[in-house]
Ligand binder design. Structure first.
Ligand code: ZN
Length: 438
């Protein structure tokens, strides 16, 4: 099969405004080191890890089970992600994951087989779902893949160009309902509303957990209200904007929210930090946050009934105050530009300046934490990380920075611990590994 050309890389001026980081020369890595050297996106994941760890400490025992990740290298958008890279991303937070193929230009049989093989070789870390195309033998491929070990089904109405009301979709749902298999549906950007059809399917197939990906942003405005009575309807958290995350956690019962990254588009550590901040900001308890992080997904994969964790929280989400509201707004503007592949240096520079709060201001620790994330983002961009797929590398640091600015009352890493040598990042500079001074 032929690979579609990658979209153009981000304009060079996305990087030129950022002064190169001082970096320590490092001798060439030994072969073993080379395999474990932190390169590209994993380096950015390591830079973010303390912002996840400080929340995990708040919640206590927390096991992350990512309900939405991909493998593949033929996606028309240029994305390419192999099992080793996925395992590396999961290792940062010691997570398990559900995995299914990225988009393919042709039938999904071979891609599903590759996912099954990757899961087979993962010591149980990866749980395979199959991806099927309702225009091309969906039921047959679902039956085949499930007989070989697939534990759920992914449907992508945008990539495969179909509507959820089509009879072939109904047949896949009936098959899943008989076996209590979850079905995850793309419900993010680039599609018309599909919530009404999804609700109909959830009502008609009560044993199938129906998972709307990307916080169902296309329908979230109203579907939260219907979700309260539909216990097999779930929402995954794979979305970058903290405003949508706060709405999701504020309006939908915690038992119906499943943590997800959408790797490689999202990074597991970044989306875990973002979703945990939103969950705690909305008032979820530690037990509820643990269920969102992975507990509920484990039950669904085992064919068990979901746990009822009570209604959506009633308390309003606190406001960040006027100074950090500015920082948050600038970072969302930057993130919107970066997700579309445009430079955002001016907004990032303004956000950096907006973090310069008076020494005794109560929001100063959160503002300093945002500054540190921006510094790490600049360091990562200056390392010229490989660029695959539509997003500019390191953008996830900006997503988390925006979430910190919006929720300054929640924990941030102790600045003292950030100077610890174990927190230094080893980044692959065009084949040569170097330590980055943080
Ligand atoms: Zn996805």
């Amino acid at each position: 099969m032929t690979r579609t050309a990658h979209p153009p890389a981000a304009p060079d001026d996305a990087r030129t405004a950022i002064a190169p980081m001082a970096r320590t020369a490092h001798p060439p890595a030994a072969p073993d080191d080379a395999r474990t050297a932190i390169g590209g996106a994993i380096a950015a994941d390591r830079l973010l890890a303390p912002w996840f760890t400080c929340l995990r400490e708040r919640v206590g025992e927390l096991h992350v089970f990512d309900s939405h990740t991909h493998l593949g290298c033929a996606d028309p958008d240029g994305s390419c992600f192999d099992a080793g890279e996925l395992r590396g991303a999961l290792d940062v937070v010691d997570a398990h994951a559900v995995v299914f193929p990225l988009a393919e230009p042709g039938p999904y049989r071979a891609a599903n087989d590759r996912v099954l093989a990757a899961a087979d070789a993962s010591d149980g870390r990866l749980v395979p779902f199959c991806r099927v195309d309702p225009n091309d033998g969906a039921l047959e491929e679902a039956e085949r893949a499930v007989s070989l070990g697939a534990r759920g089904i992914k449907l992508h109405p945008r990539a495969e160009r179909f509507g959820l009301g089509e009879p072939s979709v109904g047949r896949v749902f009936s098959f899943a309902d008989e076996r209590r298999l979850p079905i995850i549906i793309h419900a993010g950007r680039g599609i018309p509303s599909l919530g009404r059809d999804a609700l109909k399917l959830a009502r008609a197939n009560p044993h199938t957990p129906v998972i709307l990906a990307h916080a169902a942003i296309a329908d979230l405005a109203w579907i939260w209200h219907e979700a309260a009575g539909q216990r097999n309807l779930f929402f995954d958290t794979s979305w970058w904007n903290v405003a949508d995350q706060l709405a999701l956690f504020r309006l939908v019962a915690p038992g119906q929210i499943l943590f997800a990254s959408d790797a490689p588009y999202g990074r597991t550590v970044a989306t875990a930090a973002l979703a945990l901040r939103a969950a705690l900001a909305a008032g979820l308890s530690a037990d509820q946050a643990q269920s969102v992080a992975g507990g509920q997904l484990k039950r669904l994969l085992a064919g068990e009934e979901p746990l009822d964790l009570g209604p959506a929280p009633a308390a309003p989400v606190p406001e960040p105050g006027p100074l950090l509201e500015r920082v948050h707004a600038m970072l969302i503007a930057a993130a919107a530009r970066l997700t579309a592949g445009y430079p955002a240096d001016e907004y990032l520079d303004l956000a950096r300046l907006a973090c310069e709060l008076p020494a005794d201001h109560p929001d100063r620790p959160a503002a300093a934490s945002v500054s540190e994330l921006l510094r790490r983002h600049a360091a990562h961009v200056a390392s010229d990380p490989p660029h695959r797929g539509p997003r500019i590398p390191g953008i996830h640091l900006i997503f988390v920075a925006a979430a910190v600015a919006r929720t300054p009352w929640l924990p941030v890493p102790d600045p003292g611990t950030l100077n610890d040598p174990v927190d230094r990042a080893r980044i692959d500079f065009n084949g040569e590994t170097a330590d980055v001074d943080l």
